[in-house]
Design a protein. Sequence first.
Length: 149
Amino acid sequence: MNKIAKLRIQSALIQQCRCFYCGLAMIEPALPEFTPKELKPKFQKYLRCTAEHLTARQDQGRDSAQNIVAACWWCNTRRHKGREENAPNPQKYRQRVQSLMKRGRWHPVAAIAVAFRTNAYGVGEPSKPRASVTSEKLTNLQAFPQGGL
C-alpha cells in the first residue's frame, strides 16, 4: 500500500468514512464496516473514497496527514474540474457544497442521501464531526491553508 492510500484510509477513519465536503458515507474497501449497504451499484462510483489534497500538489501541497483529507470521488473531482490551477479554497468549497446539499442540488445521490447520514443532527443537515472525532489531526484538518479561488 502506498503512502497516499495509507493517508486516505487514516483520514477516512478520523472522519468516520464521511466525505470531508458533502458529509455522505463513502465506500472504502479497506473499511467495509462503514460501507453503506443500501447503495445501488450505479451510485457506488460517486461515493468512492479518494485522497483530497487541501493544497494541490501543483501548488506545492505535500503528501502529508495535515494536507490530505478523505473526500468522495464526486466532490474531489468537482473541486478541480476545469481548473488547471488554483482550485477553490477548501473551506469555501466545503461551505458551498454543504449549502447545495441542504437543497438537494449537489450530489447525484442527493435524493437518497438522507439514508446515509447520521440522524443526530436532523434530516437534511450535512453530517458534522461527532464528538468522538476530536483529535489533534482533526484540528489540523480544519486549519485550512489560505488558497486562491
